[in-house]
Design a protein around this ligand. Structure first.
Ligand code: PGA
Length: 261
């Protein structure tokens, strides 16, 4: 795992977007794993701006989102399909037919999980998976004690996730209590993982995921098992890391990062 700490939230966001754009430019038929949440909105704004000036081309990109609420149709403003269209897909030159999310309205939940796994497999797997982290340490909606070998499935959400996300719902109680999510195993199959964590509220969970033990209690810690994962933080979210000097030394000296410094 590599850990990169940038001075500001905007610097962390810019680096995340540049890593994604550079990866797409190196392989136009890119399979991109996407995430939702407040943290990612700025990343998508950056990618939209880069697309507008021709710095990144989505015409041959296929996307797979991590998760979707169960019971919300695509046109519901709180569905992740709506979020993705609103923040990214409607503003870039992507072919909508190449954008994939679990179907929150699927009647057969087991079959829907299987369909999504097959769709990812049939296109050769995900090249880069973008991730945030929840206040309870989740990646996707893999809540505490999710199997680290799990695949796409329906998952009951925790009270912590309810507190974090119900603010977007009106009334808050209308937030679904379950969601489809890629499993931790699905996420770990991605060839590369880029996690973005910003804000001091995430400092504790960031330290647990990056420097704590690998545990299903904090599914973000599963990134420690991945051979090509990078976590990008701002100063606020990095404040409880114990090895900051080492991470900063790596970023300042390793040739791989020269063009991003
Ligand atoms: P947030 O969500 O970006 O809104 O904090 C992250 C997540 O729950 O994965």
């Amino acid at each position: 795992m590599e850990v990169i700490i940038r001075p500001t939230t905007q610097d962390a966001v810019n680096l995340t977007a540049r890593l994604i754009a550079d990866a797409i430019n190196a392989k136009p038929q890119f399979k991109l794993g996407l995430a939702t949440g407040a943290t990612m909105e700025a990343v998508y704004a950056d990618l939209v701006a880069m697309n507008k000036v021709g710095e990144v081309d989505f015409s041959r990109v296929t996307t797979f989102n991590l998760d979707e609420y169960i019971g919300l149709p695509p046109e519901d403003k709180n569905s992740y399909r709506y979020y993705m269209n609103y923040h990214l897909f409607n503003h870039i030159n992507i072919d909508m037919r190449n954008t994939n999310l679990p179907n929150g309205m699927a009647e057969d939940e087991v079959a829907e999980g299987r369909r999504y796994e097959e769709a990812i497999r049939n296109c050769g797997g995900i090249d880069l998976q973008l991730l945030g982290i929840g206040s309870d340490g989740h990646i996707g909606f893999n809540e505490p004690i999710s199997s680290l070998a799990s695949r796409t499935r329906a998952k009951a959400l925790t009270p912590a996730t309810y507190v974090q996300n119900s603010v977007y719902f009106n009334p808050p109680e209308s937030m679904p209590r379950r969601a489809f999510t890629m499993g931790v195993g699905t996420i770990l199959d991605a060839k590369r993982i880029v996690m973005l964590i910003t804000g001091s509220k995430k400092a504790g969970i960031a330290a647990q995921a990056i420097e704590g033990p690998v545990t299903s209690m904090v599914t973000g810690s599963a990134l420690q098992l991945h051979p090509n994962a990078v976590v990008i933080l701002d100063e606020g979210s990095a404040s409880q890391l114990t090895q900051k000097d080492y991470y900063n030394w790596v970023f300042a000296n390793e040739p791989e990062w020269a063009r991003y410094r």
